[in-house]
Design a protein around this ligand. Structure first.
Ligand code: CU
Length: 68
């Protein structure tokens, strides 16, 4: 299991937090996501055989947020 901390710009409220967590959790191989609104980060635990940063980045950008 790998861990990654992704910087996410554009999140402002709990709705954003839930949206980003939901989109990342929907990816195959992602087991847990913790978004920190204050730090503007998403900490992701995932299986690198199934998932990677490009897929996470795409999922976040699809929602209209920016990966820092
Ligand atoms: Cu929001």
């Amino acid at each position: 299991m790998s861990k990654l901390v992704i910087g996410v710009d554009g999140m402002s409220c709990n709705h954003c937090k839930m949206a980003v967590e939901g989109a990342l959790k929907a990816l195959a191989g992602v087991s847990s996501v913790e978004v920190d609104l204050k730090q503007k980060t998403a900490q992701v635990s995932y299986d690198e055989a199934l998932c990677g940063l490009p897929a996470m980045k795409a999922a976040i950008e699809d929602l209209g947020y920016t990966v820092a």
